[in-house]
Write a protein that binds this ligand. Structure first.
Ligand SMILES: Nc1nc2c(ncn2[C@@H]2O[C@H](COP(=O)(O)OP(=O)(O)OP(=O)(O)O)[C@@H](O)[C@H]2O)c(=O)[nH]1
Ligand SMILES: [Mg+2]
Length: 248
């Protein structure tokens, strides 16, 4: 679903949006409606954030296009760091529990959200998932968002950090084509570096363009298949989490 107008599918999407029509849609200003939707989401995100603070939970929201390797990165991270950190995961997909099953196989507590026609997770869905999870204190919560490089950028879930994952098979033009996702993220993980010899992907171009959009982005180059680069990601994650979580 497109959140700008709420239309169900691309085939019914035969009109212009506010920004394409000087801010007006017929006689009504579309911007006001969008602001109201995000206002409620942002309130609930703050509630989630308060819950995380109260329980000393560090929350990372993983966003990407479908298939970049979010679940693969989680499988590796959870398996390799489970002796050092306590983890929990919320999985978001339109259908199936495939990803939750993969996470459960690592021995990590996990809940699957199915969004149906929805193209992103929102703060309300996370609130409900948290109510059913009965999480303890002092842990790292990963949220794997629905694979989509557009809509999830608009929805604050209450996370501490947003991590955008892109892969070398997607093309190096993604930061410029989907700038909102890179603008709202804190970390960029470039996955599938093992495929660099076989694809046309200019790592320097990606970094330069992403940093033009967001100069504060922190980069990691990894291969979840070979394990290359994962140690740097692990070291950063452990340091960041340890510094942020207060001893309780
Ligand atoms: N060659 C290579 N393949 C990878 C790597 N990481 C993941 N893959 C493959 O990429 C495909 C998608 O990986 P997933 O981890 O399921 O991707 P995802 O982002 O979780 O996908 P969605 O949840 O559907 O959005 C799988 O076939 C993985 O085996 C990598 O580093 N190198
Ligand atoms: Mg996945």
């Amino acid at each position: 679903m497109c959140v700008t107008c709420g239309c169900g599918t691309a085939t019914t999407h035969n009109h212009t949006h506010a920004s394409e029509n000087q801010g007006h849609f017929g006689t009504k200003t579309v911007m006001e409606v969008e602001k109201d939707i995000l206002y409620e989401n942002n309130l609930l995100a703050q509630r989630n954030r308060g819950y995380f603070e109260g329980k000393n939970i560090y929350c990372l929201n993983l966003v990407s296009s479908p298939g970049s390797g979010k679940t693969s990165l989680l499988e590796k991270t959870l398996t390799d760091l489970k002796q050092e950190l306590n983890f929990a995961v919320i999985e978001g997909d339109q259908q199936t529990s495939f990803d939750a099953d993969r996470i459960a196989a690592t021995g990590t507590k996990v809940t699957q959200i199915n969004t149906g026609k929805g193209c992103h997770l929102d703060a309300h869905m996370i609130l409900h998932a948290l109510q059913g999870m009965n999480l303890g204190h002092n842990l790292v919560l990963f949220i794997e968002n629905v694979g989509n490089l557009v809509c999830p950028s608009m929805f604050d879930l209450g996370e501490s950090l947003r991590v955008v994952v892109i892969s070398t098979t997607e093309g190096d033009d993604k930061p410029l084509k989907y700038p909102d996702m890179f603008y709202t993220s804190d970390v960029c993980v470039v996955n599938k570096t093992d495929l660099l010899p076989y694809v046309s992907f200019d790592m320097e171009k990606v970094r330069t363009n992403a940093l033009r959009i967001n100069p504060n982005l922190r980069f990691f180059e990894v291969s979840c298949t070979t394990g290359e680069g994962l140690q740097e990601w692990y070291d950063w994650l452990k340091t960041t989490v340890t510094q942020s979580l207060q001893p309780q």
